[in-house]
Design a protein. Structure first.
Length: 324
């Protein structure tokens, strides 16, 4: 849990440092830079900026000068974009590093078979290693589960290595939340694949693009309150802890995925987020008129309610998953 909280705090720090660096680069004064919310634990003044570390790490902000709203439109957009851009750069570099070093992934070796579930009924045992699903070779756990999920209500043919021999097992997955499940858990054995430098850069670009697309589609579904398989704060802590146990590279990969989510989330065009500031500035730039401050304040309050509503929806989804 501690590793997950620190990882998220680091991503927030990356985001806020982007805003801070951009502001100072264009001459915007920053009276306060804060990592976290609540009571101040550490406070230090460097130049014109007071740097604070607060007790609740899952948040942060950069307080700009009072006249920031009167700054040129492109200046405000540049400062607002710098936060998401920093998260994007971190994610890309992390994906490149993970691809170069090699990401540990679970092998298709079964560690636990749950009683009464399809795998147990079919005779699968802990220690069995799945080497193919419906004739398609698998090495990693994710490859195996993806193919099983495709099966849903129909029987799938598994070739399993047990000891020095192999056997063929036919098993019909049970459908839970639209996914085919066998009732098994990975053994924890891992395997990794690494790439050369140029291939890692290409892989980093590919994964970053895929994660951005996935995050954007997910948020669109959340805005429409559509049923969606999403992990909220409870699941994030759980998954982060699991990745930390596997190793630092796995935790770094998980952080990079979260960082791409930060990019898309912060670009939602509602006033309380960076995307809202950018949207307001663009409207003012196009119309040549300042938006009324009272209207902005009302929009900010409404958008805060929307964000709280989305967070509540995700949190309740988390609790329902745990209940199941």
């Amino acid at each position: 849990m501690i590793a997950t909280v620190l990882a998220i705090a680091f991503l927030i720090l990356v985001h806020e440092l982007g805003h801070l660096g951009a502001a100072k680069l264009v001459g915007v004064k920053v009276p306060e830079f804060s990592l976290g919310f609540g009571k101040v634990l550490v406070r230090r003044k460097l130049g014109d900026t007071e740097y604070c570390l607060r007790c609740f790490l899952l948040g942060g902000y950069v307080k700009t000068e009072d006249g920031f709203q009167d700054r040129p439109s492109l200046t405000r957009i540049f400062v607002a974009l710098a936060g998401p851009a920093s998260n994007l750069l971190f994610a890309f570099l992390a994906f490149v590093l993970v691809s170069f070093v090699g990401l540990p992934q679970f092998t298709a070796t079964i560690g636990q078979v749950f009683p009464g579930r399809p795998a147990a009924k079919a005779g699968l045992l802990p220690g069995d290693k799945v080497i193919s699903v419906d004739g398609r070779p698998v090495v990693r756990w994710a490859e195996m589960t993806d193919l099983v999920t495709e099966g849903k209500g129909r029987a799938v043919r598994l070739v399993v290595q047990r000891g020095h021999g192999t056997l063929v097992v036919s098993v019909t997955p049970e459908t839970i939340d639209g996914k085919g499940m066998l009732g098994i858990k990975a053994s924890g054995e891992t395997v990794s694949t690494s790439y050369g430098l140029m291939a890692s850069i290409e892989k980093g670009l590919q994964i970053t693009g895929e994660q951005l697309k996935g995050s954007a589609e997910l948020i669109m579904k959340l805005v429409g309150l559509s049923p969606v398989d999403v992990i909220g704060p409870v699941q994030i802590v759980k998954v982060g802890a699991e990745q930390a146990q596997i190793g630092l590279i796995s935790l770094l990969f998980f952080m990079a995925i979260l960082s791409t989510s930060f990019v898309i989330f912060n670009l939602i065009p509602i006033p309380v987020l960076d995307g809202g500031l950018i949207a307001i500035t663009l409207v003012e730039l196009v119309t040549g008129r300042k938006i009324n401050q009272k209207l902005q304040l009302l929009a900010t309050k409404l958008s805060m309610a929307v964000v709280i509503g989305l967070m509540t929806f995700v949190f309740l989804s988390d609790l329902l998953k745990l209940a199941k």
